[in-house]
Write a protein that binds this ligand. Structure first.
Ligand code: AHZ
Length: 312
């Protein structure tokens, strides 16, 4: 075989054909007391390298044109992805998460405590997911926030039409002119600009490290409230003069905050739906602190709003 430049390349590097490992067990029970004879099936390091890189680069290729990009894999972004994955196996959905670990702020309850509180009717989301809880009347309690987040994450990752690109930051939004009578400079959002998060963190001390892109007719931003990475898309909308100014998240009021976030989950500019706590920065909504029902149900609404746009 020859490579793309016509140079001959060595075909193989002595990968042994897979042979059944000595005493290979078919079940865990069969392994019991057989550790003397134990051995894994053979492998060569290049097989591992290729198994990973081939898939990752195929995914980059495939998802370069996506139907929907979700920015942020916190409780709202993952809830959105879960709803979309369930309803629309025909859509190509990419999730771009800046952190190595997806889940955002949903691995613990408040003040690093374990339990996660959800006010009713968000219990219906837990029922759908199959996450158990204790019923306390007007609210329910999941014994550990990580049980909710890990279950949600595992369901989302199992959808064949959803790809999570973690350790990858959205650095900018792709725009196209969409002038209106009221605003001749109006744009619609047409995808995202990405980079490895570790690269994004070093733009100040390394020379230009240009990004990559994903085109999509619809982007859903759920990057949380303002912080080093948070409220990413809405802050960018202000600097590109598509939003006049941010409302600024207000103080904590659980009752007011949760209703407002769910109700206001919407398309903010053409092609960009915003959900979760990022919305509080647009509308000047209160924060709710350690109660997560609004994140799940904002995800449900974000999926609904996104499909209205997609199916238009
Ligand atoms: O890493 C971020 C996190 O996982 C990710 N993210 C932020 N900016 C990004 C960017 N590119 C890629 N530019 C980015 N990923 O977005 C995720 C946001 O998750 P979150 O848990 O912070 O937000 P959420 O809106 O899903 O949930 C908010 C949870 C809160 S905060 C709060 C309060 O303080 O009152 N209350 C609740 C329930």
């Amino acid at each position: 075989p020859v490579n793309g430049n016509g140079v001959s390349i060595k075909k193989d590097y002595g990968v042994k054909p897979a042979v059944a490992a000595n005493g290979q067990a078919k079940t865990l029970d069969e392994m019991e007391n057989k550790w003397e004879a134990f051995t894994f099936a053979p492998i060569r390091e290049s097989q591992v390298a290729r198994a990973m890189t081939r898939r990752y680069f195929a995914d980059l290729d495939y998802y370069a044109e996506s139907d929907i990009v979700i920015i942020g894999a916190g409780s709202c972004g993952l809830s959105t992805a879960y709803m979309l994955g369930k309803q629309r196996p025909d859509l190509k959905i990419a999730i771009v998460e800046a952190g190595v670990a997806p889940g955002g702020g949903a691995w613990l309850g408040g003040q690093l405590f374990s339990a996660m509180v959800m006010r009713k009717p968000a219990d219906v989301f837990l029922n759908d997911l199959g996450v158990p809880y204790e019923d306390e009347g007007d609210f329910v309690v999941v014994k550990h926030a990580a049980l909710f987040t890990s279950t949600l994450l595992s369901r989302v990752l199992a959808f064949p039409n959803i790809k999570l690109f973690n350790a990858t930051a959205v650095e900018d939004l792709i725009t196209r002119p969409a002038p209106t009578a009221a605003d001749p400079h109006a744009v619609r959002i047409a995808g995202v600009v990405t980079n490895w998060t570790l690269v994004s963190m070093h733009h100040d001390d390394q020379s230009c490290m240009d990004p990559n892109t994903i085109n999509a007719p619809l982007v859903i931003s759920t990057t949380g409230h303002d912080g080093p990475f948070g409220a990413f898309s809405v802050k960018r909308l202000v600097s590109m003069q598509q939003l006049e100014k941010l409302g600024g998240m207000r103080g904590l009021d659980m009752r007011t905050a949760e209703d407002a976030i769910v109700k206001k989950t919407r398309e903010i500019v053409p092609g960009l739906v915003v959900g979760g706590m990022e919305l509080s920065e647009v509308d000047g909504a209160n924060r709710m602190g350690p109660t997560f029902g609004a994140m799940a149900l904002s995800g449900v609404k974000a999926a609904e709003e996104a499909l209205k746009v997609i199916d238009e």
